[in-house]
Design a protein around this ligand. Structure first.
Ligand code: ATP
Ligand code: MG
Length: 338
């Protein structure tokens, strides 16, 4: 398998902690803190590696936070190419409120990148793109990076016969779609913003995803629906998959885990239906872990097997027939090859 290349122009040093209650006017005494090397593409690389795949992460790093970031990612033994930048790598801050189970996520905009810096990112991608392989460009664009940055990645990929996958929102997503990509993975909120609607109904979701395939914006659209699973639109039709029954602890990194498992299974030559099952399993496995922690391989494989069997994945005290049949089975319209 060729390595799955990922690109993260706006990585974040994820700081997470917990406190009893978040309110204004007083010091909020927090528990121990945890540091993780976060950001869309790097998270995808981390999950690909955990699931046994090969990856290479291209990312930017600068300042003392960039140094800390570099050490964390090296500790996970992820093959990387770091682009040094003048500014300081941003920090994101996640606080779990222990008395309510609520989670507060503070996401900073990131340092400004100069034109030579973002052009170096593109040059490294061009040098490392596996012919016939995959490049995943994921996450927000920091100040200074043009809106068509991911569209440029898509053009590079086309020139190298590689497949470009984009997980972005707003203008960066719009420009990538205008260029045409192999796959996009918007959440309902992101695709809704793109179309200026809320995408409440299942019909509107399918229509939006299938529309992007029909007009050539993307060969595949994986529309993730949080606790309602995901829809995959491609020229072969529509697949939908509900989530397995899991205990939700923290949704940080769910979309990145979904995407990592999806791309990995495609790179391993599996079908779209199999890739979708692995993706939903990985997203759902990540929501069972605390704070910024990502999924574990054994959880993903257990949930994946459960989804493949179309059955509840864990023994229940009082199995519910209705729930068992609603959750976890792939329904397709029309059906895709297994
Ligand atoms: N509440 C949940 N219960 C079970 N699985 C979930 C839940 N929320 C998310 N997931 C899993 O993670 C996947 C991705 O979730 P989601 O649609 O929220 O994407 P996201 O990229 O994390 O969202 P956003 O980028 O808007 O924050 C889902 O398809 C599902 O597999
Ligand atoms: Mg997302």
């Amino acid at each position: 398998m060729q390595p799955i290349l990922t690109l993260t122009v706006n990585p974040a040093l994820d700081v997470s902690t917990a406190t009893e209650r978040v309110f204004s006017g007083h010091k909020l005494r927090c528990g121990a803190s945890r540091l993780d090397p976060g950001g869309g593409g790097v998270n995808v690389s981390r999950v690909v590696q955990r699931l046994g795949g090969r990856t290479l992460a291209v990312y930017t790093a600068g300042g003392p936070t960039g140094e800390a970031y570099r050490r964390l990612i090296e500790a996970e033994r992820i093959p990387t190419l770091a682009v040094p930048i003048q500014g300081s790598t941003r920090e994101d801050f996640t606080v779990d409120e222990t008395t309510t189970g609520k989670q507060f996520r503070f996401v900073l905009q990131g340092p400004e990148l100069s034109e030579p810096e973002w052009r170096l990112c593109l040059a490294l991608v061009a040098d490392s793109l596996p012919v016939g392989g995959y490049v995943v460009a994921s996450g927000s664009l920091p100040p200074g990076v043009p809106d068509d940055f991911y569209a440029r990645v898509a053009r590079l990929a086309r020139r190298h016969d590689a497949r470009c996958i984009v997980d972005a929102s707003g203008p960066a997503l719009a420009e990538a779609l205008a260029e045409g990509v192999f796959l996009v993975k918007p959440s309902r909120r992101e695709l809704g913003l793109h179309f200026g609607t809320t995408l409440e109904s299942g019909e509107s979701q399918v229509e939006a995803a299938a529309g992007l395939v029909a007009d050539g914006s993307a060969e595949h659209v994986a529309l993730t629906l949080g606790g309602e699973g995901a829809i995959l639109a491609s020229k072969s039709g529509i697949l939908r998959l509900a989530v397995p029954d899991v205990e939700v602890r923290s949704t940080v990194g769910a979309g990145d885990s979904f995407l990592a498992a999806f791309v990995l299974r495609l790179a391993q030559g599996r079908t779209l239906a199999e890739a979708l099952r692995a993706a939903v399993a990985a997203g759902s496995a990540t929501v069972t872990t605390a704070a910024t922690e990502l999924c574990h391989r054994e959880d993903v494989e257990r949930l994946e097997a459960g989804l493949a069997a179309g059955q509840p994945t864990e023994p229940r005290e009082q199995p519910s027939a209705a729930r068992g049949s609603r959750r976890g089975s792939v329904s397709s319209r029309p059906s895709l090859p297994e």
